[in-house]
Structures are given as structure tokens and as C-alpha cells.
Ligand binder design. Sequence first.
Ligand code: IMP
Length: 447
Amino acid sequence: MNNAVIVIGGKWGDEGKGKIGSRESKNAKLVIRATGGANAGHTIVYNGKKVALHLIPGGIVYPQTTCLIGQGVVLDPIILLEEIKTLEEMGVPDITKRLKISGRAHVIFPYHKHLDTLFEKMKKNPIGTTKRGIGPCYSDKDHRIGIRVYDLLLPIEELAQKIDVATRIHNQMFLTNDMTDRLVCPYQLASEFYCYGQQLKNMIVNADILVNSACKNDDKIVVEGAQAYRLDKDFGDYPNVTSSNCVTAGTLIGAHLSHKDVKEVIVVVKAHDSRVGNGPFPTEQPAHIVNDLVLDYDSPYIGDIIREEAWEYGATTKRPRRTGWFDAVILRSAKGVLGADYLCINHMDTLGKLGQIIGSVKICTSYKYQDKEIDYYPDDMELTGEVPTPIYTTIDGGWDIPSNLRDFDKLPEGAKKFIEIVEFVTEIPVKYIGVGPDNEDLIVRNL
Ligand code: IMP
């Protein structure tokens, strides 16, 4: 049965995937988080209270759902236990009954975070990672020295042996880099993480069985993608990427699903673009940001206006995000890779306000690159040393959209024109349009 709705980020993350994820999860039976770890973040609202979650799927707020942290996730048990506690305190029912964790997900240890910081320091051009230990944990997985969630249930001695093997090289790194305070004592760490395992024990499952049975029963499944197309370790702006395959295919593996289970892939973007961390961003606008800090300024650059109007600050790291105009070329390249069925464009109201402040809004519809006009995202920028120059289509003025508008036909002409251009360039139908901050502030087109 093809019952899975997959929600994927179309640019560099932070597109507001939680909004459409929440809409889809309302009548879902199983909601899955498939890749990444506590580098992701989304805000959920329950009984008027807001909280940022990094690991637990946002669908947990709907009491009929079972929520799975899939095998592709790198799981920080300390953060997970905090999230469970917070949700319980908020009154979300039956968390520990409804939350399931794949025993095959890998565990993030403090040494992964220390290595993340060390590797960033060693690089001439740091990536600007979230320092949550994501890359080092996936790299241990690839080296086959990773510790899985199942391992937390081993007797302490056996867990300590695994940690000992995993950290022999890591300890050498700490020794030679003047980080003796970071040296790992396997038994001590095993004792601590064994306790976390005991607290999570009843939630740890063979997720193949859970997911297969949901598929067989024809249950609606929602997969909440993490990160995004341009952060994918293969398709993205390597090396300025995350360490997982966060495109549709990688997301399916992480979620214990096959391509045959997919009903619909919804690609989520904003009506402007943003990026945290380093790497190419063709439509980036100048802003007063240095080393992840906003400097004092008298008159804002366009990037500052976009950042402040759209409140582009990281949910996980609080870092100010780089901002720019909407890049439709990226999505043209993403369409096939992601198997995109529909686009969800958030922040259409914000873009209208930006147009009112700035006088016009822009959409990048092609690039100038290596002296040619191209309509795809190039993959050899490191080689050429060139970031493509956007060629823009401009829409004069801005618009107002009341957040309670639900009728597509009543959108202001400027907003409709924007969507028309996006559809023309990307060849992906725009089905969902975000018109306000709340999850319900969404226009759904009958397509
Ligand atoms: P890492 O995933 O912490 O290794 O970071 C690698 C790159 O991905 C950095 O540029 C991060 O800022 C970026 N990144 C990771 N997760 C997210 C996310 O959820 N939203 C936006 N950027 C992210």
C-alpha cells in the first residue's frame, strides 16, 4: 500500500516543515522521524504552550498517533529524555506508550560533540555545524564502531567494551589536540548511558515490524524529513552539508520504508530563502552578520530586513540565518531527485510585507554561470570557484494577506503572480501556501 506522505525540505532547512507535517499528522496513525538528530528543530504548540522539539516527531501532539524515531536518526538520549519530560509536563498523553525508537538508530555520546567541535576548529573553512555531534556519530556508524540504541540495553561491562573500541582513536585525537579533559573513560560512560537505556527500554522496538504492519493495515504514515535537499551529503553543497542523506531516498531508508510505500512527496520551502552555516547561497542578500552575530547597524541591508521580518534565527542554535530571495532554479533541479509531487510555500504573507518595505520582491529564475545562462544548480562550484549569479524576475510592490485567508482565488495579484512564476520554472504544482505563523494559517489548493 502506498500510504506514506513524505515531507522534505527543498533548500537548506528551516523551511517550516513542521506546519505541513502537523496538518498531515492530524489523521495519521504513524509519524516517523527518519534522519539527522538534534541538529534539527521545530516548534510545536500544545494547549497554547509552545516547545521546540529536536528529536520527537511533531505528530506526537495528536493522541491517535504512534511516533517512531527511525533507524536513520542519530539519537542523543539526554535530549530525548528531556523532551519526553517536557511533553509529559505539558500534558501530552501517553508519550512513553506512543513513542517508539528503532533499536538500530545510533547513539550520540559526548565524545561525538567534542569531535564535532575539534574537526570544525581544524578546518581552514569550517562548515558551521550545529556541534551536536552529528557528523562524528554517522562517521562511527560508517566505520562500524557506532553504538546503537539496542547496545544501551547490554550489561554495563559489554557496553563499556564497545565504547572502549569506539573511542581508542578518538582518545588519541583528544590527547594530541590538548583535550585531555575530553578523554573517554568507557566504564563511567557506559554506566551513565546504561541508565538512559533503562529509561528508554520500553520504547525500543524492531521498527521494521511496526512500519510493515502500518503499511499492511493501510494506515496513514507521515514522515517528517529533517534538514533538506541542499544539505544532503550527496546531492548538497559538499562539504557544506550535513552527514545524512536527507533527500527522499535517504529519508525512506531512515524511516524503514520502501519507495512502494510513498503516496505523496511534499517539498517545503519559504517564499524567501535562508541558510545557516557556510556554503554557497546564490541569492543571498547582504546583511550585518559576522561570525554568526548580528552587528549594530544604522540602516539595514536587504538581508537584515528579510531576517528581521521573517525572524530568521535558528531554533536549535539561535544563530542568525543568512537570507536571500527565492531561488526557483534549485527546485527545478530538486524536482526529479526528490520525486516532488507538490510544493508547500511558507511565509507568503512575509514576502508581501518585504515587498512593501523594499519596494519589490525577486525570484531567481535562471543563473549566469561560467559565462552561460543556465537553468540548473551546478555541482562543480568548488572546482570553478564561482557561485552562480542569479537572474531575477521582479514583482513590483508587496501585498497583505490576512492569516485567516483560505481561498486561493482571493490571494493578492502579486502573490498569485509569484506562485505562477514558481510553478512555471520548477514544474512543481504549489498546493499549500503558508499565510501566517500558526499551523492552521495555510491555504490548500484543490489540484
Ligand atoms: P551538522 O548537521 O550539525 O553537521 O551541520 C552541517 C550543516 O548543516 C551546517 O551548515 C548546519 O548549519 C546545517 N544544518 C544542520 N541541520 C540543520 C537544520 O535543521 N536546519 C538548517 N541547517 C541545518
